[in-house]
Design a protein around this ligand. Sequence first.
Ligand code: ZN
Length: 183
Amino acid sequence: MSLLDIHVLGSPVLRKETELVPKITDEIRRLADDMLETMYAAKGIGLAAPQVGRLERIAVIDVETGPFAIVNPELVTLEGKVKGEEGCLSIPEIYGDVERAARVVVRAMGLDGKSFELEATELLGRCLQHEIDHLHGRLFLDHLGAFRRKTAMQKWEKRRKEYPTYLRKVTPAEIADHKEDAL
Ligand code: ZN
């Protein structure tokens, strides 16, 4: 396994549409492993392929449920509304309240090549919606109102200088079980 660089806001790949994964190959499994390792090192709970510069439609998640991957995920049910704070490994240190569906059902393919459905609420439900957004070039900032978005962008303007090439180098985590809620 190896750690991948995380693309930060401003890198064009974050705005691209991803491509369906036709089948699970060793390369896809390796990508998922590397993404998980990178996610843990960055103390995240979710990571989508565009965040590591890849356009396969795949994301990895571990919201205290154990790690799993969603390949070609689709939101088949969205119910209710709930607001909650979100951050993103691609927009470090910036947070905002985002309205999401309160309950979702996601259909996806697992790394075993079998399709499955997952019902989720609360943090897992939010994480799934955030990662699926990434797979279609959307970021949590897009869900903020004009004023909050502007404030977040002003904060980001100060931080982006730390990432002149829009890449965030991740170093191995010493304590992998200490997680922040960044997706
Ligand atoms: Zn994110």
